[in-house]
Design a protein around this ligand. Structure first.
Ligand code: NA7
Length: 547
């Protein structure tokens, strides 16, 4: 008789044979990893996924205005020209439902779903040195055994709901943007309080404002934003994307951030003030993340950055009619792009509506939530029917640490990372043999257009496992020395930029009280990172011990 696990399609629990590889998560990473291990290497590989569908980030983030900030023709897989030619995005920046349809299309086209067990949450994974296997336990209490454990848990998948006293007493409804109800939320006739003005909050404000009776936005840190200039894609552009698949990929793989635009090799100070203004205006008119691409030193030199920052602050002052509101929005305390730079569709303009107001919670912090709404330190209460937490994520480490992962000699990942995440290449933690982490901390991940690092990681892991098989190697484990070296390099790369100057950024873990402050992503650039990983492999997996 087949085990329960066999019946669900993600088989091989106790008694029915073990897996070669178990992948946690069915987003961009998990889907491609399953395809590579199952279809290219012929391994017995399965995915476990908490949700009842594929999509990861794009399954959960269904908030109003949810859209990718990468341009659609680059926010997709590049490993298959066939997939790229069969799929067509409709807008410059894909909306959440369209990305979810895309990932379902890929999963169906590659027949992946039969090897994904949905509604299955991993709560524990323990390495057993005696048999060189991982035992993985699900929330339902099932245990699966696998040789390789691969986490594809995403970098921004653990919702951060701030612990504000009194939330449980609130009489209305509250939602976190990253756990949005599938049926949507009806804001008509409601007083809505939105906390948070990161990339998510900036996308949500103009859309919520369209139907809410009143929207009050609670801003702690003012933020830059550049217009997305989203629009439907023209037939000509769609043709260009299909005809130039390889060339677009070549550009994306050569840039530091995996986007399909090249960063100009000139300094802000190579041009006159007038010329610089003209370049910024042209970049503003083009819109999107490529605003940064006009000069090579915007994120390297504070004085260079100041010119971009001032340009963008002036745009806020021009867009927002009420001077007091404009000043609160433009009172930005960090260099441009030192926090993840948002892009928007009429965010600042939304504050010109009669039904939208702004509250500066830097000067008057949120003290508590009461049954009626939000209480500030000054004693003022903002009444609300709905609270929207656009408060981000326990980024990069949260999704790992909410599982109980134990490596060699019972070492917990929580203990190994108690002073911040430590690993080698963002791919493996010392003491956790045969466990790979796709876009783990220490990899370029969130500083890039995500599908690019994801594909690189998946392909590197696949080639590594293939190498092990061909050479009769059973175990791969990085060394503490390699980890020390990589952590030092990650710090050095971050410190060569202005990124650590945003003291409250989630790149540093600063948005979650008590989290160690360590700059988590690798800031040395995707192209350089790819070269480092290739060199490591070429040198016989330097920094890893294979036994
Ligand atoms: P972010 O970028 O972490 O933004 C969260 C926002 O919520 C940010 O404005 C925070 O202010 C604010 N926040 C968080 N906690 C509080 C409390 N307790 N009180 C007031 N305000 C608070 O998350 P997003 O979801 O917007 O974006 C995450 C990534 O998803 C994004 O970077 C893209 O890569 C996609 P703070 O700045 O911490 O002062």
């Amino acid at each position: 008789m087949a085990s329960a696990a066999d019946k669900s399609g993600a088989g091989t629990a106790n008694g029915s044979g073990e897996l070669d590889a178990l992948i946690i998560g069915a987003g961009f990473s998990g889907l491609y990893q399953l395809h590579c291990l199952r279809d290219k290497l012929g391994l017995r590989a399965k995915v476990l996924e908490t949700a009842d569908g594929v999509g990861g980030t794009w399954y959960w983030n269904r908030y109003p205005g949810a859209r990718c900030d990468s341009e659609s023709h680059s926010y997709c897989y590049g490993f298959s020209e066939m997939l790229a030619k069969e799929w067509e995005f409709s807008e410059r920046y894909p909306q959440q439902p369209e990305i979810l349809r895309y990932l379902n299309f890929v999963a169906d086209r590659l027949d992946l779903k039969k090897d994904i067990r949905f509604k299955t949450k991993v709560v524990k994974a323990q390495y057993d040195a005696a048999v060189n296997r991982w035992h993985v336990t699900t929330e339902a209490g099932e245990r699966l055994t696998t040789k390789f454990l691969i986490t594809a848990v995403g970098c921004l998948s653990t919702a951060n709901v701030p612990k504000i006293p009194g939330l449980e007493s609130f009489k209305g409804q509250w939602y976190h943007t990253g756990l949005w109800p599938h049926e949507g939320v009806d804001f008509r006739g409601k007083r809505v309080a939105q906390i948070g003005t990161g990339s998510t909050g900036i996308q949500a404000v103009p859309v919520i404002a369209e139907t809410a009776q009143h929207l009050t936005v609670f801003q702690r840190t003012a933020n830059y934003s550049v217009p997305a200039h989203n629009a439907p894609l023209t037939p000509e552009f769609k043709k260009y994307v299909k005809d130039n698949f390889k060339e677009i990929r070549r550009i994306m793989n050569g840039t530091p951030n995996g986007h399909p635009f090249v960063i100009e090799d000139r300094s802000v100070f190579d041009v006159s003030d007038e010329e610089r203004e003209r370049i910024y205006e042209a970049a503003w008119a083009k819109g999107g993340l490529q605003f940064r691409a006009g000069f090579r030193d915007i994120l390297l030199n504070k004085k260079a950055n100041d010119t971009a920052a001032e340009f963008l602050k002036n745009k806020i002052r021009k867009a927002v009619k009420d001077p007091k509101t404009a000043e609160i929005l433009a009172n930005i305390d960090h260099p441009y792009a030192a926090k993840r730079p948002p892009i928007d569709s009429f965010y600042f303009e939304a504050f010109n509506r009669d039904n939208v107001s702004l509250v500066d919670v830097r000067s008057d912090p949120i003290e508590a939530i009461t049954p009626e709404g939000i209480l500030l330190r000054s004693g003022k209460v903002h009444e609300a029917d709905i609270i929207v937490f656009a408060t981000g994520f326990d980024a990069m480490t949260g999704a790992f640490l909410r599982m109980d992962i134990r490596g060699r000699d019972g070492l917990t990942l929580a203990k190994a990372w108690e002073a911040g995440p430590r690993n080698y290449l963002g791919l493996q933690v010392a003491g956790f043999p045969n466990m790979f982490t796709i876009t783990g901390p220490g990899s370029p991940s969130v500083l890039c257009n995500m599908p690019v690092p994801i594909e690189q990681h998946v392909e590197w892991i696949t080639a590594c496992i293939d190498h092990m098989r061909k050479n009769g190697v059973d175990t791969i484990e990085t060394t503490p020395e390699a980890v020390d070296g990589w952590v030092a390099h990650v710090n050095e790369a971050a410190n060569a930029t202005l990124l650590p100057e945003a003291h409250h950024s989630w790149y540093l873990g600063a948005n979650v009280p008590g989290k160690p402050r360590v700059f988590m992503p690798y800031a040395g650039g995707m192209a350089r990172y790819r070269q480092i990983c290739d060199d490591v492999a070429a040198k016989g997996y330097e920094g890893f011990v294979m036994t």
